[in-house]
Design a protein around this ligand. Structure first.
Ligand SMILES: NC(=O)c1ccc[n+]([C@@H]2O[C@H](COP(=O)([O-])OP(=O)(O)OC[C@H]3O[C@@H](n4cnc5c(N)ncnc54)[C@H](OP(=O)(O)O)[C@@H]3O)[C@@H](O)[C@H]2O)c1
Length: 256
């Protein structure tokens, strides 16, 4: 990823929420490869977060781990203070953490399960934006990348709480792009289709194989396949891209 001997993200501090596993972990490694200093946020898995930090440091990049529940504003504010002390102000926020949700038809789902999915998805974005955008406004520069899901546009039965929450997240991200553009901040969405991570273990082997076979590029999607797009949106090559939604689907969005 070196361009003219220069790493495209050198000097940037990038915070990845939910970076101990899955897409966040792959993004953290990829961002470090591009020269960024990386904050590996996690909720419970300190060991896994430390393994990711080890990979970040192997790339010659700086990094830190920080345990914070991103749905809790006070914890996100604590994380901001710790990051500023250790690495400096956050230049790029990758809003990635995955929140397990109640799986049920919407006419049978509990109100708690339905409401919690949206509260967590929107709460995490709200908390990240409120903690890190003021620093970006000071610098007149910043980037926010929001992870959605293909289910927001093409829902499946029993996954409606998550799909509705991600659809709301996408509209919030688009609104932020309009509001923050004049302040020098871009906001974009990355929409993966079904990707093999811990979050996808709820689906059957038969489902996974059917998804693989039906997409034009007949391969499984892995976290590393999504990480490159996240790193691309974090860099200067995308300074004029805002309010966009990049689908990483292997073409499955073209199929009925
Ligand atoms: N996998 C897919 O098929 C798929 C498809 C489309 C979109 N996505 C989206 O891609 C993103 C990443 O998903 P993934 O599949 O990579 O997830 P994953 O492998 O299950 O990893 C979840 C990550 O989120 C962290 N996390 C959970 N709750 C948190 C909280 N309250 N505060 C901070 N961190 C928290 C976990 O930390 P611990 O390890 O400490 O628990 C872990 O690092 C999500 O936004 C998801 O909706 C995934």
């Amino acid at each position: 990823m070196e361009q003219d001997g220069r790493q495209p993200l050198s000097g940037r501090v990038v915070l990845v929420t939910g970076a101990s596993r899955g897409i966040g972990a792959a993004a953290a490694k990829r961002l470090a490869h591009c020269g960024a200093s990386v904050v590996v946020n996690y909720l419970q898995n300190r060991e896994r977060a430390l393994e990711v930090l080890n990979e970040v440091e192997k790339e010659g990049a700086k990094g830190m781990v920080f345990q914070a529940d991103v749905t809790d504003q006070a914890q996100v504010d604590d994380m901001r203070r710790a990051v500023e002390k250790t690495l400096g102000q956050v230049d790029v926020l990758i809003n990635n953490a995955f929140f397990p949700f109640e799986i049920a038809p919407l006419h049978q789902i509990s109100w708690h399960g339905f409401e919690e999915a949206t509260r967590k998805e929107l709460g995490a974005l709200y908390n990240g934006v409120h903690a890190f955008v003021p620093g970006m406004i000071e610098k007149k520069k910043g980037k926010i990348v929001v992870l959605s899901s293909r289910l927001a546009q093409q829902p499946l039965p029993r996954l409606g709480a998550y799909a509705a929450a991600k659809a709301a997240l996408e509209v919030a991200a688009t609104t932020l792009a309009i509001e923050l553009g004049p302040l020098g901040i871009t906001v974009n969405v990355v929409t993966p289709a079904f990707t093999l991570t811990d979050a996808s273990t709820v689906m059957s082997e038969e489902f996974k194989e059917r998804v693989r076979k039906n997409r034009p590029i007949q391969k499984h999607l892995y976290p590393e396949d999504v990480a490159g797009t996240i790193a691309f949106l974090a860099g200067d090559e995308t300074n004029m891209i805002t309010g966009s939604n990049i689908l990483v689907t292997g073409g499955s969005h073209l199929q009925l």
